[in-house]
Write a protein that binds this ligand. Structure first.
Ligand SMILES: Nc1ncnc2c1ncn2[C@@H]1O[C@H](COP(=O)(O)OP(=O)(O)OP(=O)(O)O)[C@@H](O)[C@H]1O
Ligand SMILES: Cc1cn([C@H]2C[C@H](O)[C@@H](COP(=O)(O)O)O2)c(=O)[nH]c1=O
Length: 210
């Protein structure tokens, strides 16, 4: 019987460094012989990538945002994530439902109970085994974004929005400390990478029973 794979998610405000470090984690795990699915939200399937384009570029209210990300998530879970976990792969996902609680919940002020209901409907109990929260002050993240790309619809939000999103992540971490591990992302690349690899390797070793 195939052992179910692990589901690891990467979270944080825009520009925190998730995408940079997910690649380092993937390289390290592949070097240990792990089979991976490297994916992202919103996105990860043809349908969800189309929804991502709408989400990132079309004006909409907070309920529409929440419904779009959960619709994309449902397709992603059913067609990519669940089959990969069932086949024993380690799934590395750039954002998942903590982002919805942080951005739509804390950032937009959308009802957390409604988000929890949608989460239950869409995920049917599926949760990440480990979440790395890249925590960085919004001013630092804004500088990193400004140096690297043109902003999308969410990245044009004011610093106060990202302060609320950051506090949303802090609340998720406090509510589930066994799953969500805070990484101090306000540090040089090498230090962040070392901290991230330490946490991921601990988890992978633990689930192999070492
Ligand atoms: N620790 C760091 N110190 C300095 N610069 C960094 C650090 N980590 C990442 N960067 C740089 O910051 C920029 C944003 O990083 P990255 O795209 O990985 O962030 P992100 O969290 O994935 O953002 P988003 O979620 O918006 O895609 C990149 O140019 C990256 O090289
Ligand atoms: C999953 C998810 C994402 N978002 C936001 C967060 C970011 O601003 C974008 C995704 O862009 P990235 O470059 O891939 O990080 O979408 C959100 O508001 N709610 C969500 O559930």
């Amino acid at each position: 019987m195939t052992t179910r794979g692990r589901f690891i998610t990467f979270e944080g405000i825009d520009g925190a460094g998730k995408s940079t470090h997910i690649e380092a984690v993937a390289d390290a795990l592949r070097a240990q012989g792990e089979q991976l699915l490297l994916t992202r939200e919103p996105g990860g399937t043809p349908l969800a990538e189309k929804l991502r384009e709408l989400f990132l570029h079309e004006p909409m209210d907070a309920l529409s945002e929440a419904l779009l990300v959960f619709a994309a998530r449902r397709d992603h879970l059913v067609t990519r994530i669940e089959p990969a976990l069932a086949a024993g792969l380690t799934v590395l996902c750039d954002r998942f439902t903590d982002a919805t609680f942080a951005y739509q919940g804390a950032g937009r002020g959308f009802d957390l109970q409604v988000l929890a209901t949608l989460e239950q409907w869409v995920q049917q109990g599926v949760q990440p085994d480990l979440t790395l929260w890249f925590d960085v002050p919004p001013a630092v993240a804004a500088q990193r974004r400004a140096a690297s790309r043109e902003p999308d619809r969410l990245e044009r939000e004011a610093e106060a929005f990202f302060e609320r999103v950051r506090s949303g992540y802090a609340a998720r971490a406090a509510a589930d400390p066994g799953r969500v591990r805070r990484i101090n992302a306000d540090a040089d690349m090498a230090s962040v990478r070392e901290a991230v690899l330490e946490v991921v390797c601990q988890t992978v070793r633990g689930s192999h029973g070492a």
